[in-house]
Design a protein around this ligand. Structure first.
Ligand SMILES: C[S@@+](CC[C@H](N)C(=O)[O-])C[C@H]1O[C@@H](n2cnc3c(N)ncnc32)[C@H](O)[C@@H]1O
Length: 335
C-alpha cells in the first residue's frame, strides 16, 4: 500500500505559489522592477505614495523579498509560541502594512487551523497579489485584503494578534507612534513587530517595545524581561538571523548562485497574557571552540554576559553545541 501523501507545508506552498509569479513577466521588465524596488528602498523613506505601484513592482517585491520577510516573521512567531502557554494560538489576526501577506503565511506556518485574517495596506496592487497567492493556502482563502492608510486616523478592528512586519521603516515618526498605539489598542493578546536587523531597525523596535510596555503589554520574546534593554544605544543592536533557502526564481531575481541567504532582523513580541519568556537569550552566533562553546546571552537580570560551557558541563555542553543564535537558553525542557 502506498504511504499517504502528507499535505505540503505553508512554506512549500508559498514557494511554489511564488515560482509561478514572474512567468508572465518578460525578464527585462522583471529586472527593471527589481532595480526600481532596490533604488526606492535605498532612497528616502517614508514616501508620500506607495512604492509598490503596479503588478511588476509587487511581483518583484514578492519574488525578491517575501521569502525573507516570511522567514523572519516565522522565526519571531516561533519565539512567541515557545513563550506562550502550551496550546495557545491566536484566534484571529490582523497584519498591518501586510503587503503581499508574508506575515499571514508565517502565522499559518506557526499555528495550525483557520482563523479570521485581515491584511491592511495602502498599495492595492500588493493586496491583489497577496490575495492571489493566498488562494493556494487553504487557511488563507477567506482572508480579507483591505486598503487602509497608516496615519493618525488608523483604526484596527479588535483581534487576538496584530503583526507589523518591515513597515515602521517606511513611516514618519508620528505615523509609527500612531501605528503602535493602534496595534496596542486592537490586540487582545499579542503584537509582533519585525524590522530589518540594522541599528536603525533595532532602534525602531525598541521605541515600539517601550510604547507597548507603557500600554500594559509584557515582553514574551526575544527579551527575557520587560525592563529596559541593556544594550547601550550606538554601541550594539539586538538582531537575529533567519536562513532563507533560495529557489531558482529567487536566484534569477536576486542574482548569484548561493542556495541560501541569511536574513537579519530585529523583533519584539509583546503579550497581554502571562508568558514564560526565555531565562536567557543567545544574542550572537555561538562560538564553538575545542571542548567549549562561548555563548553571548541576554539575561533576566537585565545584563548581557558571556558564558563558557565546557565538556565538564555534560548534557548542558551538548545543548550548547546545538544552540543557535536567537535560541532560548538554557533550552526549554520538552514536556
Ligand atoms: C517592506 S513592505 C512589507 C510588506 C510585508 N509586511 C512583509 O513583511 O513582506 C512595506 C509595506 O508597508 C506598506 N505601507 C507603507 N507605508 C504605508 C502607509 N502609510 N499606509 C499603509 N501601508 C503602508 C507598503 O505598501 C508595503 O506593502
Amino acid at each position: 500500500m502506498n504511504a499517504p501523501i502528507s499535505p505540503a507545508s505553508p512554506a512549500e506552498t508559498l514557494r511554489s505559489a511564488l515560482a509561478g509569479l514572474l512567468d508572465g513577466l518578460p525578464p527585462k521588465q522583471a529586472t527593471q522592477a527589481v532595480d526600481r524596488l532596490i533604488a526606492n528602498y535605498r532612497g528616502r523613506t517614508p514616501t508620500d505614495a506607495p512604492i509598490l505601484r503596479d503588478r511588476a513592482d509587487v511581483a518583484a517585491y514578492a519574488a525578491y523579498r517575501m521569502p525573507a520577510t516570511f522567514e523572519a516573521v516565522r522565526s519571531a512567531l516561533g519565539a512567541l509560541a515557545d513563550a506562550a502557554p502550551a496550546g495557545w494560538a491566536p484566534g484571529s489576526h490582523v497584519d498591518v502594512g501586510g503587503g503581499t501577506g508574508a506575515a499571514t503565511w508565517a502565522v499559518s506556518a506557526t499555528w495550525d487551523g483557520e482563523r479570521p485574517v485581515t491584511v491592511l495596506d495602502w498599495a492595492e496592487p500588493a493586496l491583489a497579489l497577496g490575495r492571489e497567492l493566498a488562494a493556494a493556502n487553504p487557511v488563507l482563502k477567506a482572508a480579507q485584503w483591505q486598503r487602509s492608510r497608516i496615519g493618525a486616523a488608523l483604526s484596527i478592528e479588535s483581534t487576538d494578534l496584530v503583526t507589523v512586519s518591515y513597515v515602521l521603516k517606511e513611516l514618519t515618526e508620528d505615523d509609527r507612534r500612531s501605528l503602535v498605539d493602534a496595534a496596542a489598542a486592537a490586540a487582545a493578546q499579542a503584537v509582533v513587530i519585525v524590522e530589518p536587523g540594522t541599528p536603525d531597525g533595532y532602534t525602531r523596535v525598541i521605541q515600539a517595545r517601550d510604547r507597548l510596555i507603557a500600554a500594559g503589554f509584557r515582553i514574551a520574546a526575544p527579551c527575557p524581561h520587560s525592563s529596559a534593554c541593556p544594550i547601550v544605544p550606538g554601541e550594539d543592536w539586538c538582531h537575529f538571523s533567519a536562513r532563507v533557502s533560495r529557489s531558482s526564481l529567487h536566484r534569477k531575481v536576486k542574482g548569484g548562485s548561493l542556495a541560501y541567504e541569511d536574513e537579519k532582523f530585529s523583533y519584539v513580541a509583546a503579550v497581554r497574557f502571562d508568558a514564560d519568556p526565555a531565562g536567557e537569550r543567545v544574542v550572537r552566533k555561538p562560538q564553538i571552540r575545542k571542548g567549549q562553546v562561548l555563548l553571548d546571552l541576554c539575561a533576566a537580570d537585565e545584563t548581557l554576559h558571556r558564558e563558557t560551557v565546557t565538556k565538564r558541563h555534560g548534557p548542558l555542553y551538548r545543548a550548547a553545541r546545538d544552540a543557535e543564535w536567537g535560541d532560548a537558553w538554557p533550552p526549554h525542557q520538552e514536556s
